[in-house]
Design a protein around this ligand. Structure first.
Ligand SMILES: [Zn+2]
Length: 253
């Protein structure tokens, strides 16, 4: 039994133009299996490739708010693989619990690279939205081997210009992927003794110090008070700050 990831990888290589023999060789699969998948044995066959024009290579206009949102989700739960030297697959992992967020991520992927198709690959409890284009490497040059917290994540000047201009969609993407809104409580000594207070707070967790700093810079740009709840967690807990963030992010849906 082959995993969905293997089927995805084989179909991605087929989309990139490789023959079944080459795909079988590179993934250690029988040619006949690859041919079966490509004929739609596991899913419908893909439509023919459409020429993609890239905002970075070809000067296509870039939808900046959608890009800022997608960058947030990429920094949170995104990953790029390169099945061949001349191709790339962007995958954004979405929880099955939040179908609205999944639709929003898919919309952003299509808005940023309109000729790209977006496929859904099921995993346990979540799914990956996958899009095949070498231009995802131009759009997310932070791609590299290993997990993001094990390598340097520095935005390029053109990306910083967008995140400075659109901190709201960036925060929406960051909190949609690695954020949560919960209730916290504290106790205060009053005339009636110790009184328990509950308050909402929003948390953003990430193992990469640089991604945490990108989140903090966007919050600062919008004057949203924040602090580090832990080394790997940014907390927004003041009433006015939570209200402002709620306007930008809102509940997961
Ligand atoms: Zn490009």
């Amino acid at each position: 039994m082959h995993t969905e990831a293997t089927v995805d990888a084989a179909l991605d290589l087929a989309t990139a133009g490789l023959h079944a023999t080459e795909i079988g060789r590179s993934l250690g699969l029988p040619k006949s299996t690859v041919q079966y998948w490509c004929r739609g044995g596991r899913r419908r066959p893909r439509a023919p490739r459409v020429t993609q024009r890239c905002p970075r290579c070809d000067g296509e206009p870039l939808d900046r708010p959608e890009y800022a949102y997608l960058l947030g989700t990429y920094l949170g739960d995104g990953h790029i693989t390169t099945p061949t030297p001349n191709s790339a697959v962007l995958a954004i992992y979405c929880s099955d619990d939040w179908p609205g967020i999944s639709q929003e991520v898919e919309h952003a992927m299509r808005a940023v690279l309109p000729a790209s198709r977006v496929a859904r690959a099921e995993r346990t409890g979540c799914h990956a939205l996958r899009s095949h284009s070498k231009h995802w490497l131009c759009l997310f040059p932070q791609h590299g081997p290993g997990a993001k917290h094990t390598r340097s994540i520095v935005l390029e000047p053109w990306q910083r210009a967008i995140t400075d201009e659109r901190p709201g969609p960036l925060l929406r993407g960051l909190f949609h992927s690695d954020g949560c809104r919960s209730r916290n409580w504290t106790q205060r000594l009053t005339g009636k003794g110790l009184v328990r207070y509950e308050y909402p707070r929003c948390l953003f967790s990430n193992k990469s110090e640089e991604i945490l700093a990108i989140c903090e810079a966007a919050l600062d740009r919008l004057d949203i008070a924040r602090r580090r709840a832990r080394g790997d967690m940014v907390s927004v807990a003041r009433r006015a700050a939570v209200a402002r963030l709620d306007e930008l992010v809102g509940p997961k849906y």
